[in-house]
Design a protein around this ligand. Structure first.
Ligand SMILES: Cc1cc2nc3c(=O)[nH]c(=O)nc-3n(C[C@H](O)[C@H](O)[C@H](O)COP(=O)(O)OP(=O)(O)OC[C@H]3O[C@@H](n4cnc5c(N)ncnc54)[C@H](O)[C@@H]3O)c2cc1C
Length: 418
């Protein structure tokens, strides 16, 4: 009999984990409280797979950036009601911004992200996957020379030789992405990262589950896990809200921002804070005016990605607790930024047709996810991927599958220990 593993969470991390486990011949059950897969943070994210941009957000100087760029019309917003719940996590987040710690965290995150990109390519070789994927790189746009120089210094410090970066000028940017012609005059330059990809993470998650199901995985949506059950110190399964007990040899918590609440009764305190972000997805009427290549605009801190005839615009970071409200003033900030970047599409973007969404990034103070076994036998974590969940999903899934099949993971687990 093969090991029976329950995966809690059918977001991009849990769905990828389920497929990796099923491919190793394990018996897998995926549980999610939502009626559909990827209905929470993986639903409408920025769509970027960006191993060359996997550094945490708390770079040295974060305090100054938070002070100067926080507020209603800014990329960051700290809501007063959230402050009490932020204290412990926030102090740790700022502490991790010390250069030595930050570069270490950035290197660890990049290593996992690059590995994950390799795993994703291999997944595409093994399975016929269709999720509006774009696999020809991305552009990081800089409107100030000092920001570009600073970003290049940062990349040198992180220094993963597998991440190719080409610095290009405004003419080359326009040749690569004609939709940027109207802003070319303001551009200081850009980085082209051929390793980067994009796609629809929600569709991808469904694809992972489809493939896992073909390999025998049981998928139970609308299954809210009330608690993780133990017997004589060892995890024996989970109790659903309807009181049903589902037994298993191992339980993997891949529940995004829901993870801390699930493991708290077992005495584990996960340093995961929900950092809210927004997206707007526009069904294009003038598709020829929209960018095809995924973009990251460092001035406005927004990303765009193209899924067929739809354009996704995403960004912002709100410290708003677990409040998932889609605040119209914040959506407006996102749309204004998108209009500034893509003026030819401004009328379409402002027409009010874009579908608004907000999601909670499961963020740790280090910016690195929590992977692997816990001190409770039978309990494993694959959570806390913050702003990099899709970028790191395929690799994190393989790491968990390695551990559960007694193989050495390709990534050293120490930096990701809970
Ligand atoms: C605006 C925005 C833009 C982003 N852009 C990018 C990007 O471009 N690239 C990138 O790599 N990442 C991006 N991210 C981050 C990425 O979306 C997340 O890291 C990722 O979605 C986290 O995936 P997850 O599976 O861990 O969590 P989730 O997708 O939230 O999945 C967790 C699942 O667990 C389930 N669950 C929770 N508790 C329970 C319970 N008790 N019982 C049963 N089920 C439970 C939930 O229903 C949920 O479906 C972005 C995030 C945001 C908000």
């Amino acid at each position: 009999m093969s090991l029976h593993v329950i995966v809690i969470g059918a977001g991009v991390v849990g769905a990828s984990t389920a497929l990796s486990l099923a491919e190793r011949g394990l018996t897998v059950t995926v549980l999610d409280r939502q009626p559909q897969a990827a209905a929470e943070t993986s639903h409408a994210n920025g769509g970027g797979i960006t191993p060359g941009h996997a550094e945490p957000w708390n770079a040295p100087g974060i305090i100054q950036r938070l002070l100067t760029r926080s507020g209603t019309g800014e990329p960051f917003r700290i809501h007063a009601h959230a402050l009490p719940g932020l204290i412990g996590w926030g102090i740790n987040f700022l502490w991790q911004s010390k250069a030595s710690r930050y570069y270490l965290n950035a290197q660890n995150n990049t290593r996992l992200a690059v590995y994950s990109g390799q795993c994703l390519k291999r997944l595409r070789e093994r399975h016929q996957l269709s999720y509006h994927q774009y696999t020809d790189g991305s552009l990081e746009l800089y409107f100030s020379q000092s920001e570009l120089d600073h970003a290049l210094d940062l990349r040198r410090m992180i220094g993963d030789p597998r991440v190719e970066i080409r610095v290009i000028d405004a003419d080359e940017v326009v040749a690569m992405e004609p939709a940027l012609e109207p802003v070319a005059g303001r551009l200081a330059g850009a980085m082209f990262l051929p390793l980067h990809e994009s796609g629809d993470a929600c569709v991808f998650s469904a694809e992972m589950l489809r493939c896992a199901k073909q390999l025998g995985t049981e998928i139970r949506l609308g299954a809210n896990v009330e608690r993780i059950e133990r017997h004589q110190g060892r995890v024996i399964g989970v109790r659903l809200q309807d009181k049903q007990l589902l037994e298993a040899d191992a339980v993997i918590v891949a529940a995004g921002c829901g993870s801390p609440a699930l493991v708290k009764p077992l005495g584990l305190k996960l340093p995961i804070y929900p950092v809210k972000g927004y997206s707007a997805t526009l069904e294009l009427e003038q598709a020829e005016l929209a960018p095809t290549i995924p973009l990251l605009d460092l001035e406005h801190r927004i990303v765009t990605a193209r899924f067929g005839n739809r354009l996704r615009m995403a960004g912002l970071a709100d410290f708003d607790g677990y409040n998932r409200t889609i605040r119209s003033d914040r959506i407006q900030v996102l749309l204004d930024s998108a209009c500034a970047l893509l003026p030819r599409l401004a009328d379409e973007i402002r027409a009010g047709r874009a579908e608004s969404w907000a999601g909670l990034r499961p963020m740790t103070p280090r910016g690195t996810p929590l992977l692997g076994p816990t001190r409770i036998p039978g309990l494993y974590l694959n959570a806390g991927h913050g702003s990099m969940g899709w970028t790191q999903a395929a690799g994190s899934a393989e790491v968990l599958a390695d551990i559960l099949t007694d193989r050495s993971p390709a990534i050293e687990l120490g930096p990701f220990a809970a």
